[in-house]
Ligand binder design. Structure first.
Ligand code: SF4
Ligand code: SF4
Length: 360
């Protein structure tokens, strides 16, 4: 049984936030002291300013780093793969303010796509997760049109590189299937994760990015991601299974009886419109199939070094007329080829619906 830490914070400068993080890290002192490399994993979904509450607030990240340095001499790195926006990582880091927060504290920023993908139990994730001793997960409390809420378990989905995450949405368009897959993926990470959730200003309505900021004043931490997600869900006045990743954990036998939730006085959270309407799965599938980004080799700048071919984990790249050629049916959209190409010769082919939904 893990200990659950919660605090009511009026703002990101509130002393109670620093106290909560210190207390939590104190409870994990030995683990932090013995680690040599620690990854900070905020929510960096898109290039949106902190006031939109789509991403983890930079002052929240700052508070965590400041406290963490009191408990460990480990190398600290920060990274995420912003879903369909992964090609705009620098812009995401800049606009969200999280890049500055890391740089000011001498925390190295990494790209999830720079690490080779690992394939296990039908999932693919970045070997970055295997390279570090501890992952400090920093989710933002948000409603989510597909999974109900996006909390601790869901935030770790960002360790899947490139647009392979988007591929999951295509393959599993129903909320229960998607929640189940994300939970199964989370269990692969084992017990190296720790979780501190940012709900000081949360995101409600058509989340994860088209809703509105809502000041909840909640910060909470626990080393049990599912327990933390249940506690937060209850603080919001919602049923445990409203969060689809939790629904799967409960189905798999998770016992929530130990969770004691403090009384909170949070405003009613507005849920996404799509969760109030029953959209048939076949319609979700039709839409999901039209949202994709595929790598494409641009022959003109290509210098035929074949680094892309060597980096591909599924041998989707062959040589045709001396240029690399990508087999789109084999491609799993990890975008390692894009990452290693030094000639900007691996472009991104976006579907029309992707272009409409994700504006550059
Ligand atoms: S890595 Fe880039 S330049 Fe090298 S072969 Fe592949 S596409 Fe061409
Ligand atoms: S071609 Fe290979 S390396 Fe490139 S995105 Fe597809 S699977 Fe990844």
């Amino acid at each position: 049984m893990c200990k659950l830490f919660t605090a009511q914070c009026g703002s990101y400068q509130d002393d109670s936030l620093n106290e909560l993080i210190d207390l939590y890290f104190e409870s994990e002192r030995d683990r932090l002291a013995s680690a040599s490399k620690i990854l900070l994993k905020p929510n960096l979904l898109s290039a949106t300013p902190p006031k939109r509450a789509v991403t983890t607030h930079p002052d929240f990240v700052r508070a965590v780093i400041t406290s963490l340095k009191k408990f460990t001499n480990a190398q600290l790195i920060l990274g995420d793969s912003p879903g369909a926006n992964f090609g705009k990582y620098e812009k995401v880091l800049d606009v969200t303010g999280v890049g500055r927060a890391a740089e000011d504290a001498d925390v190295k920023i990494v790209r999830v796509e720079s690490y080779e993908p690992v394939q296990r139990d039908g999932f693919m994730y970045s070997s970055l997760a295997d390279e570090v001793d501890v992952i400090i997960n920093l989710p933002k409390i948000k409603t989510h049109s597909l999974t109900g809420l996006t909390l601790s378990v869901k935030n770790l989905f960002g360790l899947i590189p490139g647009t392979a995450k988007v591929g999951f949405h295509r393959k599993y368009p129903s909320d229960t299937e998607l929640g189940a897959k994300i939970y199964q993926y989370f269990t692969l990470l084992g017990d190296k994760t720790m979780h501190i959730i940012d709900g000081i200003v949360a995101h409600e309505g058509d989340g994860p990015s088209r809703g509105n900021p809502v000041p909840l004043g909640i910060a909470a931490a626990c080393s049990d991601a599912v327990g933390l997600d249940i506690a937060v869900t209850r603080m919001l006045g919602l049923k445990d299974s409203f969060c689809m990743t939790t629904a799967e954990a409960l189905r798999m036998g998770y016992d929530p009886s130990w969770i004691e939730v403090p009384e909170t006085n949070v405003p009613i959270v507005k849920i996404p419109l799509s969760r109030k309407m029953r959209v048939p799965v076949f319609m979700k599938k039709l839409v999901a199939e039209q949202v994709y980004v595929k790598p494409v080799v641009l022959n003109e700048p290509c210098i035929k070094c074949m680094l892309c071919k060597k980096s591909c984990p599924v041998d989707a790249i062959s040589v045709v007329e001396s240029y690399p050629f990508i087999d789109k049916n084999k491609c799993i959209e990890c975008f390692c080829c894009h990452e290693v190409c030094e000639s900007d010769a691996v472009g991104m082919q976006r579907s029309w619906l992707h272009r409409m939904m994700v504006r550059s």
